[in-house]
Design a protein around this ligand. Structure first.
Ligand code: GRF
Length: 203
């Protein structure tokens, strides 16, 4: 069974979506740890409510060493790291040890509205300001480039002229909750191959 660590910084609604799919029996994996860079993340409460081990590494205390600390704690114990609203940037050794074994969900159609500084509501503010007709969400692999790894799955969401960043965020979040568990299932079913900067998904 695929063993995963889910990293969160905030509300953890994507984490909840993964937990729900596991409990329904439609996702065959085990969440070994939920890790946060903030003790206040509500995602930690969600994990505790379901008996999942939690770790809080305050980024103000660990500063640039959060990634190394996470690697120390989970190395050899998980097969996949899932970033679900994790706001710190992973860096250093963890990116080499977990090469092609870290995925992230981003609330836009990468490469639009992505990269350094594009997170949370800022992504949706930029999409609304630009007047795009479609936005969406992307699950991608994580490498040294922020939001630059291979794209695994994307879902398109319409943007309406009367949208605010908040209404768009809400509409996209509904799709995120389906896309992230779907991505984990593909990996757990060993259907994903990465080659020449692209993801190939087998039937
Ligand atoms: C989501 O929009 C996700 O795409 C982004 O951060 C948000 C996290 O939401 N990376 P939640 O904590 O899962 O509710």
């Amino acid at each position: 069974m695929l063993r995963i660590a889910v990293l969160v910084s905030g509300s953890g609604s994507n984490l909840q979506a993964i937990i729900d799919e596991i409990e329904k029996g439609s996702l065959n994996c085990e969440i070994k740890y939920v890790i946060s860079d903030s003790e206040k993340a509500y995602g930690l409460e969600r994990a505790k409510n379901h008996g999942i081990e939690t770790i809080a590494l305050d980024r103000k205390i660990y500063k640039g060493k959060v990634s190394d600390e996470i690697l120390n704690l989970i190395n050899g114990q998980v097969d996949l790291i899932v970033l679900a609203g994790y706001l710190s940037i992973l860096n250093g050794e963890i990116l080499r040890v977990f090469r092609n074994k870290i995925i992230n969900i981003h609330p836009s159609l990468i490469p639009s509205f992505s990269g350094a500084g594009m997170y949370g509501i800022k992504v949706h503010e930029a999409a609304v300001k630009k007047g795009v007709k479609y936005s969406g969400c992307t699950v991608h692999f994580v490498n040294e480039e922020v939001d630059g790894g291979e794209i695994l799955l994307q879902e398109v969401v319409p943007v309406f002229v009367e949208d605010t960043a908040e209404t768009l965020q809400k509409r996209i979040l509904v799709e995120e909750h389906k896309l992230l568990p779907k991505a984990i299932k593909l990996i757990s079913d060993k259907k994903v191959k990465i080659e020449n900067g692209k993801c190939y998904i087998s039937k």
